[in-house]
Ligand binder design. Sequence first.
Ligand SMILES: NC(=O)c1ccc[n+]([C@@H]2O[C@H](COP(=O)([O-])OP(=O)(O)OC[C@H]3O[C@@H](n4cnc5c(N)ncnc54)[C@H](OP(=O)(O)O)[C@@H]3O)[C@@H](O)[C@H]2O)c1
Length: 241
Amino acid sequence: MRIQSTVALVTGANRGIGREIVSALVAAGAAKVYAAARDVARLAETVAIAPDRVVPLALDVADRQAVAALATAVPDLRLLVNNAGVLDFGSALDMAPEAIERNFTVNFYGPLLTTRALAPVIAGNGGGAVVNIASVVALASMPALAGYNASKAALWSLSQSQRGSLAPLGIAVHTVFPGPVDTDMAAEITFPKTSPADVARAIVEGIESGRDDIFPDPMSASVYEAWRADHKAIERQFAAV
Ligand SMILES: NC(=O)c1ccc[n+]([C@@H]2O[C@H](COP(=O)([O-])OP(=O)(O)OC[C@H]3O[C@@H](n4cnc5c(N)ncnc54)[C@H](OP(=O)(O)O)[C@@H]3O)[C@@H](O)[C@H]2O)c1
């Protein structure tokens, strides 16, 4: 879809990749971007990107009542970016079930229920797109991130289900598989990281190009090529991390 003149909503827009996606959407000509965050007081820097076009919105994607009531707040929506995410460390042997649940609540049920609440709005406005920010660990697991891997793999699966269900409503679904990005979430990760601004620009370019699966940085693009050639080799490589 074209970003020019469209109306978008980005969850988790107060920092990191989310804030840069707001910036990239504004740069691409979006008419309005709803910047959603748990705490609207932390959206000042995001709104300052374009105070006439960026609209702050309170949204905790784990608050199911708030998510279900979202449609009335964004009646002109065409593009939903499910970006909000959490990452908890822990292996399959020791990770607390509560931490695994938290990863699924935000990373899987968040996009599932937000999309469910807003798809009728997007369809009513003539169609548009949903973007799910997954991760390269959806393709193959890093053992120290057992709950996160699983939540992102589930989100990839969900994206495929949504693509089939939303196509008749004129809504495209894009899945994004970033590698390490230089944000708070990746602070403890020592791999080379791509800037969130570069990743955000690649995501917007992928939406405009109509690509189902978006690999928005050099690491994710090369992992995808290697995974296509031999997915077990990538599984072994990630297992050794
Ligand atoms: N950084 C990476 O290396 C990397 C790689 C692959 C994929 N990703 C994915 O990219 C997305 C953005 O991550 P990031 O790197 O920008 O991380 P980040 O800097 O930690 O930002 C995470 C964002 O999600 C928000 N959030 C967390 N829980 C929320 C909830 N319940 N409701 C609403 N918002 C919530 C945070 O809000 P608060 O400020 O209120 O906590 C924050 O705005 C995530 O889905 C992440 O999994 C990141």
